[in-house]
Design a protein around this ligand. Structure first.
Ligand code: FES
Length: 157
């Protein structure tokens, strides 16, 4: 289960201010927002522009560049399936198709009840141990249909 609270503009501003005061770069503030709320709400863009003296395009460019910085609230559980080459070579595409079929979701979608989000990720540093995934922030390696089914059952029970 992801550990986050609903978006709150005042709390978000405090997170951004604290990150900036500690000398964190823009990516550090974005990381702190995602850790706190699970995503970076549109309401954060203007304060980030002001705090970091960046244009809107620069802030949005950084958010879209990194897999970790989503712009919409994720589900209660988040599975990020690696789609990069080393994992593809050992079955990531087939594993992804299996998970998508089993959950009824495409990558980037969340179940209607807000319980589960599937996301693509492009390398988790587990290249020699693929197919790999990040399940609620924890790495999972050597996945196959049986093991991902077990993890899905475990997190959604
Ligand atoms: S390619 Fe999948 S973890 Fe690196």
């Amino acid at each position: 289960m992801t550990n986050m609270t609903h978006w709150d503009d005042n709390k978000a501003k405090a997170v951004m201010t604290n990150s900036h005061a500690r000398g964190a770069p823009l990516t550090g503030a974005l990381r702190a927002l995602v850790d706190a709320f699970g995503y970076v709400d549109d309401a954060a863009i203007a304060p980030l522009m002001q705090t970091y003296a960046r244009s809107r395009a620069e802030v949005l460019g950084v958010i879209s560049y990194y897999d970790d910085f989503r712009q919409s609230s994720p589900g209660r559980h988040v599975i990020r399936l690696c789609q990069a080459e080393a994992c593809q070579a050992v079955g990531a595409r087939e594993l992804t198709a299996h998970v998508c079929k089993k959950t009824g979701l495409a990558l980037g979608e969340t179940t209607g009840d807000g319980q589960l989000t599937l996301e693509p990720v492009y390398c988790l540093g587990l290249c020699a141990n693929g197919p790999a995934a990040d399940i609620n922030g924890k790495p999972a390696a050597h996945l196959d249909e049986k093991s991902i089914d077990a993890k899905l059952a475990e997190i959604t029970k």
